[in-house]
Ligand binder design. Structure first.
Ligand code: ADE
Length: 230
């Protein structure tokens, strides 16, 4: 099978160095995923490698200029292969486990990371003529740029690509898969600083353990994420 190609375009490609660590580093060594971070400034043509300018209509901050992005997409997107471009922005659709699942089935993902007050909207419109395009947010807060958001999404997506995680059971058991949060976990020792592991988990009684875990999932979801419960 061809490796899944994941690329990022950013003025700080160093943010993506962390993807060489741990499981994702291993997935690249095994050729399950091919990851590449590009420096947007490589597609500038002026001496100062300018990527931003003041906004039309006025207002605070700077907007990323369209020309370097256009050249980047012309080089990275090919008519021969289906690609999905993800613009990271707090103004996007919410990222979720379901979206991670959907994106983990794609062969070519490109994360376009905005900085400042965002990217000239025509870049998004232009990319949409060449590829599937999504504007995606990782949560209702504002980061300094899209890089950290892209790293979070890449990690959530990559671990769903077949072969990346050895034990696929750990994928189906975890939080956000059944629409509920995960139950609490414990390991040895059974008693620590006067705090004891719940008795049922030591019982070896699997039906009782399952029942306890379901109750805990529900209780935790009610407490931490009441919005997930109908
Ligand atoms: N860029 C800045 N804030 C962001 C967010 N919450 N999600 C995605 N990209 C962003």
């Amino acid at each position: 099978m061809l490796p899944v190609k994941i690329e990022a375009i950013s003025i700080f490609p160093e943010f993506f160095d962390v993807l060489g660590l741990s499981l994702l580093g291993k997935a690249q060594e095994q050729d399950l995923i091919q990851f590449q971070a590009h420096d947007l400034r490589a597609w500038t043509e002026d001496k100062h490698k300018t990527v931003d300018d003041s906004p039309y209509g006025g207002g605070a901050g700077m907007v990323m200029k369209p020309e370097p992005w256009g050249r980047a997409f012309d080089e990275i997107l090919s008519a021969k292969e289906a690609s999905t471009v993800i613009f990271t922005t707090p103004a996007g659709i919410p990222f979720s486990q379901a979206l991670a699942q959907e994106l983990s089935q794609k062969q070519h993902l490109i994360f376009a990371c905005g900085r400042y007050e965002g990217i000239d909207q025509r870049v998004v419109d232009y990319a949409a003529t060449k590829a599937d395009v999504l504007e995606v947010s990782i949560g209702d807060y504002v980061l300094n740029g899209g890089e950290v958001a892209a790293v979070a999404m890449i990690e959530a997506i990559s671990r769903l690509i077949p072969g990346v995680i050895g034990n696929s059971e750990s994928l189906t058991e975890e939080s956000h898969n059944a629409g509920l949060l995960e139950y609490p976990s414990y390991t040895k020792p059974s008693s620590w600083r006067s705090l004891d592991v719940p008795e049922v988990l030591l019982s070896g009684h699997h039906a009782e353990i399952d029942k306890w875990r379901k109750e805990q999932s529900l209780a935790r979801t009610k407490k931490n994420r009441p919005d997930l419960i109908d």
